[in-house]
Design a binder for this molecule. Sequence first.
Ligand SMILES: C[S@@+](CC[C@H](N)C(=O)[O-])C[C@H]1O[C@@H](n2cnc3c(N)ncnc32)[C@H](O)[C@@H]1O
Length: 265
Amino acid sequence: MPASSPRPPPAAAPVAYTPGTVVARSYTSEMSAPPISAGVQRLREIMKENGEEAGWDKAWQEDVTPWETHDRTTDGVRPLLKEVLDSGEFPVPKEGRALVPGCGRGFDAVFIARLGLETWGIDLSTRAVERAEAFLNSQLDAPPNVHFQTADFLTFPIPQDGFTLAYDYTFFCAIPPPLRNPWGKRMTELVHPGGYLVAVAWPLDGEREGGPPYSVSVDAYEEALGVGRGLWTKVVDRPSELSADGVHKGRERVVVWKREGGARM
Ligand SMILES: C[S@@+](CC[C@H](N)C(=O)[O-])C[C@H]1O[C@@H](n2cnc3c(N)ncnc32)[C@H](O)[C@@H]1O
């Protein structure tokens, strides 16, 4: 299939999303990480062979996208994102600009754009952005307010007024741990005070060897963001049973931070 062909969302294990079907279940340190799948093994080989930066584009070129095979709703979005936006746990911005870094095929950016925000999906991989544009164009009611661009999250020019909402799913866990502090500094620069960062924190199941995905913890996000220095306040942090395919179940948390007024120190 040519890189730019429209392609429907992955059919593997779609999950019907029903608001209000949350059953709390916590990660416990006794849980062991599941075995590395063939897709993740191949992804790691590609990264070793090509380096992380070129590796992502190569992975997209080879259609090695194992993160897309875990449970998502039929439009490709993680159930937890819809759940937390519907839950009333924080005031979801309806205006301004939203950012999905490492947007991949763009499912989340298209979904967030439908909330009314001008949404930017950025990805290091040109091929990912081609797939995202193809996905957008395959939508019957494609929202006009979503823009995809090939860019590095750590260096792309931040538009005036920044962003009012950012969504991180399988991006923090995709970057090598030495880039976590630059990730946090960047988030703090681009989400303006009063804005929100929504993250589905995964994988939380202890210390896996290597990556991607690299093991994460909520503390790791907070350390990188500077939560302890008052730059952000956590407003949501909980597990969700909506990760229902047995791969993510009990191994992820939905976390939302509000950007406070302080400048980055
Ligand atoms: C594991 S995939 C997740 C894609 C998408 N968030 C999803 O859930 O379907 C990680 C994505 O981040 C992109 N990426 C990695 N490093 C990046 C960077 N520094 N800036 C922007 N995108 C990056 C990769 O090209 C890849 O598409």
